[in-house]
Design a protein around this ligand. Structure first.
Ligand code: GRF
Length: 202
């Protein structure tokens, strides 16, 4: 299976996925595309011999025009799945529609709690005792979509947003490669109720 990964900057989730894929004949990372110039992730993954591209939204004043250009660029790699990994842009249906149920994202909270930004600060402010991350199929509604996998972490009394974010990020690096593995083995489907079904217990 061929995957294209979209990143914005650091790309630590992308790195976790690329490292897992190195040992897998059945997984090809066709390209890593960044919407910011010279991102750390782009440099690292180019070293791994993976094709990279940059599509800068500052070159496209109209959001839909950017999304159309991004759609065409991603399609040129003929991916089976598109992975958003720390991709900090809101995508419109112009991009989402052609990849329906083949486009996934990771969000740093236990959805449906804490959609949107600043999830760790908000989790602390609410006093939740468990927090985590969610990998889901992307639909036109932001941070909503069939949930594929979640990872959970405890919230400690000593936590601030940084310590909590770091604990969540470690779990992100475990569940995202696992989801790429499930996708590469065709283990997932979305049913009529828009719920993800696994073809076997994973
Ligand atoms: C992560 O917290 C992820 O949940 C969010 O972007 C952050 C950065 O991820 N989507 P990465 O290091 O760029 O993969």
């Amino acid at each position: 299976k061929r995957f294209v990964i979209l990143i914005s900057g650091r790309g630590s989730n992308m790195q976790a996925i690329v490292n897992m894929a190195k040992n897998r004949e059945d997984i090809e990372i066709a390209a890593v595309i960044s919407h910011k110039p010279n991102s750390a992730g782009t440099a690292w993954v180019a070293e791994q011999g993976v094709a990279t591209a940059e599509l800068l939204h500052k070159d496209y004043p109209v959001r839909e025009e950017y999304d159309a250009a991004l759609r065409d660029l991603v399609l040129s790699y003929q991916p089976d799945y598109v992975i958003l990994a720390g991709f900090m842009r809101i995508l419109t249906p112009v991009f989402i529609e052609p990849f329906a149920n083949r486009l996934v994202n990771i969000h740093p909270s236990l959805l449906p709690s804490f959609t949107g930004l600043d999830t760790h600060e908000r989790a602390l402010a609410e006093g939740v005792k468990v927090h985590g991350c969610t990998v889901h199929f992307v639909t036109p509604v932001l941070d909503v979509g069939p949930i594929i996998a979640q990872g959970m972490v405890p919230v400690l009394a000593s936590d601030d947003a940084d310590t909590l974010a770091a604990r969540v990020l470690k779990v992100e690096h475990q569940i995202y490669p696992a989801v790429v593995d499930y996708l590469s083995r065709d283990l997932l489907s979305v049913n009529e109720q828009q719920l993800v079904e696994y073809k076997e217990d994973v």
